[in-house]
Design a protein around this ligand. Sequence first.
Ligand SMILES: [Zn+2]
Length: 334
Amino acid sequence: MPMIRILYSDIFREHKPPDYHPENPRRLDFAIAGLKAKNLWGNIVEPRPAGVDEILEVHSENYVEKIRKASQIGFHYIDMDTYICEKTWDAALYAFGAAREAALMALEEKGIYLALVRPPGHHAGKSGRAFHASTLGFCIFNNVAGAAKLVKNPEEKALIIDFDVHHGNGTQDIFWNDANVVHIDIHERDIYPWSGYEWEIGGKGAEGTKVNLPMASHSGDDDYIFAWEEIVMPIVNEFKPRVILISAGFDAFKGDGLATIQLTEKFYRFAGASLSEYSLAVVLEGGYSVGLKKGLPAFVDGYLRGEVKEDAIKPSYETLKVVEKVREILRMFS
Ligand SMILES: [Zn+2]
């Protein structure tokens, strides 16, 4: 049985709103219930908080200071979507630290290291909002970006795969000009944060290292599996990274609530199994209900079992078009 560790602390429940908000501590209850139901809850590692110096590797001093001060004020909204409370600062330091620790553990021994953290991070850019997004989209510090900074070095590229239903615009912003970070992002097209189109390929000198797969609304398992097999896996297998960092949102699950993509356990199990030869640092992003209960355990279980069931798949015409466009773009840079 491959190694599994879950980095979790109750401090991730302390970032919370007084009234209803989809990004709330109950998300962790859904995730834990789902993992327990599959006998996957255990091997818990209490994370350590990141130091401010570590956060400054990915965010500007102004932004970090803004969050620290906002947290001292107590509960309020810093934009239309994103709240901060008096415990947000501490929770965010631990979330960032947990993602980094997951990456270190994944470098040390092959396995799956799940940073079950809140607040999420992939919409947080270098100085806050990213790529003209209107808000921070519930995110505070970019946890997966912090993990990527640990993995990459002059000889080694870091690989981030983001399958949250929303584009990881913050991650793309942070590494836009960095050719040593390959960022593959599969998400729903034309929804928040309104970026992540095929032609967003990276800045000068880093062209081709950012790969966006904007999927048509109502896409399902077959569409995602097709895109994964045609675009994601060839990059992974050519790259053969020591560690793969996953921005793991489960809000593309059918009925999760914030989008129209209709994935089921089938895709998440497939995705986990397809990466079973690699060491994974999995950092929680979105997922608001059933996606956490069913998608998350399916992904972990797929990884641990490691078998991909080959079924005939039928992608939609829109998916074929997106994949062909991305393939054409990639050919220009290979
Ligand atoms: Zn999301």
